[in-house]
Design a protein. Structure first.
Lengths: 268, 258, 248
């Protein structure tokens, strides 16, 4: 496969060798041009660490990550990140938030606003250009963040549970928005998520991670027709994928839950 | 180990800054470029400190200021606690009067001194009154906030065990109030000391504030520095100890800054 | 019903005033201890017309503003410096906090020697008392910048200068304004106090003047003026801060 993004034998250890945690263990995969890939796993499986390593914010202990042969050691211009946490600048209105990466490139004000408007429309926030983030709902603010990252026109869109804080219905609708954008831009996307429905709804391929040490346990090709919408959620084929992945994840999630309980009791 | 490492971590820059400041002072004093006579060399300041500490005069005046401060803390503190508890426990009283307390709290209290002289005379009485008025506000505000801050869940626990009013006060409210009380007294002490000493500098014939003014009029700079150093050191020590007590009592450390 | 409590508060205060008026008129309390409340009220127009309360307020406010701006000019870089190095912050932040709690105004005789009986003395004391809140709140503002916003900057490969201008500084602005508000509050308290103590300048001196003339109702009226002016000053500052916060 001719991959745009390639992750090869990447590991991350925290702490010392004797007394530490292996968050990510020899993970390898590739993402091809125009492909939508999801990484799914229980909480605590090292998904976010993987996200930060691909984004170049955290160095891998072992292995290599590259974009078309260019190794990632620091944030790479080809990769645009969308964070799990609220990340709009509260002191900028919507259009200035979205135009932020263009402003850094030194684009003139009128031009960058024009471009920003295009991406604001794309995420469905037409008419909110002049609003402050504090006047928007959580889902709208996350869409502003996505538009801001799209405005930097990354070759690879890298998202870490962007809808984690939102309710299920909003998630499905925002999923539709992401599908639409994907269609329009043929945007290469890597999504980190813990939601099975979200992964099946959006992805061409799903990588299932195991709980600590985080390894790629299995790869699933989602063979649902495109263009998709959230309507697909009710189809039998969709349900079969969800059930299949849940079978795999149940065991990992149980391990994760037990570990979380242990942490809580030892902390108390 | 870790504590020792942290100590050396902050000790080095602190030591360096202290030495730098002292050296700058000494250099300025010896060169005589600026503020000649006003910036005496360090040994002269130390000499002033020694002569102040060895004079009987200092202890007699410190006793007077101390007595004024003690009365101010008692009177202002008790009034502050009573008003604070009243404002904190009654929504009506708080709505009726708390705004006035909040309005008056940040105005400079020293301007009340002339009328306090008319009420309490030119002697120690007006200084005690000055300190009491200053002390009252931070104590009242801190206690009112403290009473309101008591977790209502704790009070419900008390009610579920059918605690009497007195039991609720003694077993739940008072322990929960310890931290804001110490903190209020800490802030109150700071402003009471300022109130008492400023009043003494304005009009009096005894007390540490009077000694400072006397040194000023005689242009005895070493003596003035010595007295200021002692006053600031005293305030800082009490503030530090009360701050530690408050944080040990588990209250979040509310600083002077709101 | 919402106004029941504040209204009854005002009623009680008015009743108390009436009671004192009665007690003084009946000579239960000497007029040399407490002047008649009606005389105090009557002194207010006289203070405005003859003693130039407004002009004096302008003087006091000018000195306070000068002290606050100086504190901002010095405190902002200091706060940034302390924020930049964890070790420096650990070493010196407690010192600045201690400075905030120290009875600095007591050193006014020292500043009298240094700068004479001049507005400089007043502004310098105001500046010293206004400095700690600016420094402490600036550090707080920078330190409280959310990690994810800095990560957004890193992912877009901002230079250190861009990171400061576009993320750290705007994120800290609300706290810096809190610091400035506190600086002006502390500044005003100390400026008025020193004006009174050294008998120079604006509102503080007015009270000293009236007291030295044994104009007791006038002194009370002057105190009332200072209280009203400070309330107005603090309310305006509060309003500015809230407005800025809403915009931020």
């Amino acid at each position: 496969m001719n991959a745009l993004l390639r992750v090869e034998q990447v590991s991350k250890h925290f702490g010392t060798r004797e007394n530490g945690v292996t968050a990510v263990d020899r993970v390898s995969f590739g993402v091809a041009q125009g492909e939508f890939v999801s990484v799914i796993g229980p909480s605590g499986c090292g998904k976010s660490t993987l996200f930060h390593m691909i984004g170049g914010l955290v160095a891998a202990t072992e292995g290599r990550i590259d974009v078309e042969g260019d190794a990632i050691r620091a944030p790479h211009p080809a990769i645009g990140m969308v964070f799990q946490e609220e990340s709009c600048f509260p002191w900028r209105n919507v259009v200035d938030n979205v135009a932020f990466p263009l402003e850094l490139q030194g684009m003139a004000r009128a031009e960058r606003h024009e471009r920003a408007r295009h991406f604001i429309d794309m995420v469905g926030l037409h008419g909110f250009e002049r609003n402050q983030p504090s006047e928007l709902s959580g889902g709208m603010r996350q869409r502003v963040s996505i538009a801001r990252t799209l405005a930097s026109q990354p070759r690879i869109l890298l998202m870490d549970e962007p809808f984690a804080a939102l309710d299920e219905q909003t998630r499905l609708l925002l999923g539709d928005k992401v599908l639409q954008i994907q269609q329009e831009l043929s945007q290469t996307t890597l999504l980190i998520t813990h939601s099975i429905t979200e992964a099946v709804q959006l992805s061409d391929r799903i990588l299932v991670m195991s709980f600590r040490p985080g390894r790629i346990k299995r790869e699933i090709v989602v063979d649902l027709p495109r263009p998709r919408t959230s309507d697909a959620v009710v189809s039998p084929a969709f349900g079969a994928y969800v059930a299949d992945i849940w079978n795999d994840l149940r065991q990992e999630a149980t391990l994760g839950l037990a570990a979380a309980d242990r942490r809580r009791t030892s902390a108390a | 180990m870790a504590a020792a490492a942290r100590m050396t971590g902050t000790a080095a820059p602190r030591l360096a800054a202290t030495l730098l400041l002292l050296a700058a002072w000494q250099g300025l004093a010896l060169s005589g470029w600026l503020f000649q006579d006003v910036v005496p060399p360090l040994q002269t300041v130390l000499g002033g400190l020694a002569s102040v500490l060895s004079s009987r005069d200092f202890y007699a005046n410190a006793a007077i200021t101390g007595a004024e401060l003690l009365v101010a803390l008692t009177a202002g503190g008790i009034a502050g606690v009573l008003v604070g508890v009243a404002l904190g426990s009654s929504r009506f009283l708080s709505g009726a009067f708390e705004r006035w307390v909040n309005y008056l709290s940040p105005t400079p209290k020293i301007i009340l001194f002339p009328v306090l002289i008319m009420m309490f005379g030119v002697g120690v009485g007006s200084k005690m009154a000055m300190g009491s008025v200053s002390c009252f506000f931070p104590v009242a505000i801190s206690i009112a906030a403290g009473v309101r801050g008591v977790d209502p869940a704790l009070l419900r626990v008390g009610r579920s065990f059918r605690a009497t009013r007195a039991q609720t006060l003694r077993k739940i409210l008072l322990p929960a109030m310890a931290a804001p009380l110490v903190n209020g007294v800490r802030l109150g002490f700071g402003v009471a000391l300022i109130g008492v000493l400023l009043a003494e500098t304005k009009l009096s014939n005894k007390g540490i504030g009077f000694m400072i003014m006397e040194a000023y009029h005689r242009f005895d700079m070493p003596r003035m520095y010595a007295l200021l150093i002692l006053a600031v050191a005293f305030a800082a020590t009490v503030n530090l100890l009360a701050g530690r007590a408050a944080s040990r009592l588990g209250g979040q450390h509310q600083g002077t800054l709101r | 019903m919402r106004f029941a409590a504040p209204l009854s508060g005002i009623m009680v205060l008015l009743a108390l005033g009436g009671l004192l008026q009665f007690a003084i008129q009946m000579d239960f309390i000497s007029v040399y201890v407490l002047p008649l409340p009606s005389d105090i009220l009557a002194s207010l127009p006289r203070l405005v017309a003859e003693e130039g309360v407004l002009g004096r307020f302008a003087t006091t406010a000018g000195e306070t503003l000068a002290a606050g701006l100086l504190a901002l000019l010095v405190g902002l870089p200091m706060g940034l410096l302390l924020h930049r190095s964890l070790r420096m912050r650990a070493a010196f932040e407690p010192w600045v906090a201690a400075l905030a709690a120290a009875p600095l105004i007591l050193a006014y005789p020292l500043f009298l020697v240094l700068f004479g009986r001049s507005p400089a003395t007043i502004v310098v004391i105001g500046f010293i008392s206004a400095l700690p809140p600016v420094v402490l709140k600036t550090i707080e503002g920078f330190a409280a910048t959310r990690r994810v916003l800095l990560n957004v900057g890193r992912s877009l490969r901002l230079t250190p200068g861009q990171e400061f201008r576009k993320i750290l500084f705007p994120a800290a602005i609300p706290q810096i304004f809190v610091g400035l508000r506190l600086a002006l509050v502390f500044g005003l308290i100390n400026v008025v106090g020193v004006e009174f103590l050294i008998n120079l300048g604006g509102l503080g001196q007015l009270i000293n003047d009236l007291a030295e003339r044994y104009d007791l109702p006038g002194t009370w009226g002057g105190i009332l003026c200072v209280v009203l002016v400070s309330i107005a000053f603090f309310t305006v500052l509060d309003g500015c801060e809230r407005w800025l916060r809403r915009r931020a």
